[in-house]
Design a protein around this ligand. Structure first.
Ligand code: IFM
Length: 457
């Protein structure tokens, strides 16, 4: 087939539509430091908990983050890519081990310089930087010294690091999120599937409390260091539906899973207390019982300027509280069911339940099998449909009065999906794993048109 006929056969992009979202709605894309930066040995970066974890012998071997997408060295080209995608904003995280190679103590100026350069490049391209301070790459030294977030001290070190970052970048970066997805961070403490693999089954809520404390101390430190910035936190929320709505045990199990896995963070942030069932779990924590100290809860309930929500899927719980699949439901490479209606429902439900600040959907996207055609194109219709359906789901919520102000696709580019490696592809941009060449997928081309269409409203 010659390239002309191949081009002729390329399917047309689905039409970009206007969702009638609120004025000023922000369209962006997200990444995180460890998943894209690479350069783990460059410019004085210290080790994070992921280096020893992913270096563990395994068959097949883990993919490593040493190179990842080499965003650290290619950030200028990547900002060009973002401009091509028409992004209003780019959400990225700072690698704490680049700033404090030992987790605390001496600051590594070269690490700060990188984020200076990235922020300046973004601003020059008219793209607003949204920073997340902790997206899972804890300095290894803090794991060794304090057992990471299992120890309260890590929360104090996190506040010191937050102040350093805001002092350095806060003149140019307005939006600061403390943590990304505390619910997933604790997986590395209760089990061994994620770093730091502590395998302490009764540590989850204690670690979660220390994370919330870290969030609160970080907020305080940032606000003391600089005024005029906006600070928030990013929670991953998966609504939990009863597998059998007619069975009261299934209904109760779904409620309890939602409360103890997801809503307890919101209860703490917006109501100032944990639910009783979480207090019971905290009393039985590994390593000496309830970690809550006087004053913690009021610190955690300090007001935030925005709430970031990462939404991908919903779960269904049976009467025993186990998550069960929905037979025949479409799922992504991750096995996650695609249910945009649950997204709308959840946004409306939390809006009713809590007194919320403005919200941003800080992550949403789909890992799907991509095929690179002979002409080097990726016709990822499934991803376009997923994003389109979820933008429409947000629009239904905003029409019902929910204050959502922006949307970030996960992810700008295919990247390291933690222990699942590079095989799980979420990107608007394909990365050739041999050459690291970037190719915008059809979803990226469609997204740039969608942004333009919705900006014109
Ligand atoms: O890749 C992750 C990201 O680091 C956190 N949120 C979910 C994404 C997809 O699993």
């Amino acid at each position: 087939m010659n390239s002309n006929s191949a081009r002729q056969m390329a399917p047309r992009l689905p039409r970009a539509r206007n969702y009638d979202l609120p004025n000023g709605f922000i369209f962006g894309a997200s990444t995180s430091a460890y998943q894209v930066e690479g350069a783990t040995r460059q410019d004085g970066r210290g080790d994070s908990i992921w280096e020893p974890f992913l270096s563990k012998p395994r068959t097949p071997a883990f993919d490593l983050g040493d190179v990842a997408c080499d965003h650290y060295n290619r950030y200028r080209d990547d900002v060009g890519l973002m401009r091509g995608l028409n992004l209003d904003a780019y959400r990225f995280s700072i690698a704490w081990p680049r700033i404090f190679p030992n987790g605390e103590g001496k600051v590594n100026e070269a690490g700060l310089d990188f984020y200076d350069r990235l922020v300046d490049e973004l601003l020059a391209a008219g793209i607003d930087p949204y920073v997340t301070l902790y997206h899972w790459d804890l300095p290894l030294a803090l794991q060794k010294k304090y057992h990471g977030w299992f120890g309260r001290e890590t929360a104090l070190r996190f506040a010191d690091y937050s102040a350093v970052m805001v002092k350095r970048l806060g003149d140019r970066v307005n939006k600061w999120a403390t943590l990304n997805e505390p619910e997933v961070i604790i997986a590395g403490y209760i089990g061994d599937g994620m770093a730091p693999a502590m395998n302490l089954p009764r540590s989850g809520h204690k670690v979660g409390h220390h994370l919330m404390l870290g969030h609160a101390l970080s907020l305080q430190a940032m606000r003391a260091a600089r005024s005029g910035i906006e600070c928030g936190v990013v929670l991953n929320l998966c609504p939990v539906d009863p597998a059998d709505p007619s069975d009261p045990a299934s209904v109760e199990a779904a409620r309890s899973r939602w409360s103890t896995a997801y809503a307890w963070y919101m209860d703490a942030l917006f109501k100032g207390h944990y639910p009783n069932e979480v207090l019971d779990l905290l009393d039985r924590s590994d390593g000496g019982g309830n970690p809550i100290k006087a004053g913690d809860m009021s610190l955690i309930a300090q007001s935030i300027d925005f709430l970031g929500i990462n939404y991908y899927t919903r779960f269904r719980a049976n009467a025993k509280g186990e998550f069960v699949e929905t037979p025949g439901a479409p799922v992504t490479q991750m096995g996650w069911e695609m249910v945009p209606d649950s997204f709308t429902r959840m946004l409306i439900d939390i809006d009713r339940e809590y007194d919320l600040p403005p919200m941003y959907i800080t992550e949403n996207g789909a890992a799907l099998d991509d095929v690179v055609t002979e002409t080097g194109r990726i016709h990822d219709r499934g991803r376009i449909k997923y994003i389109d359906d979820h933008l429409a789901a947000i629009a239904r919520a905003t029409a019902a009065g929910v204050d959502v102000r922006g949307y970030f696709v996960w992810s700008l580019m295919d990247n390291l999906e933690w222990p699942l490696g590079f095989a799980k592809t979420f990107g608007l941009t394909h990365i050739d794993r041999t050459t690291l060449k970037r190719t915008v997928k059809d979803s990226g081309r469609w997204y740039s048109k969608t942004v333009a269409k919705n900006r014109a409203r």
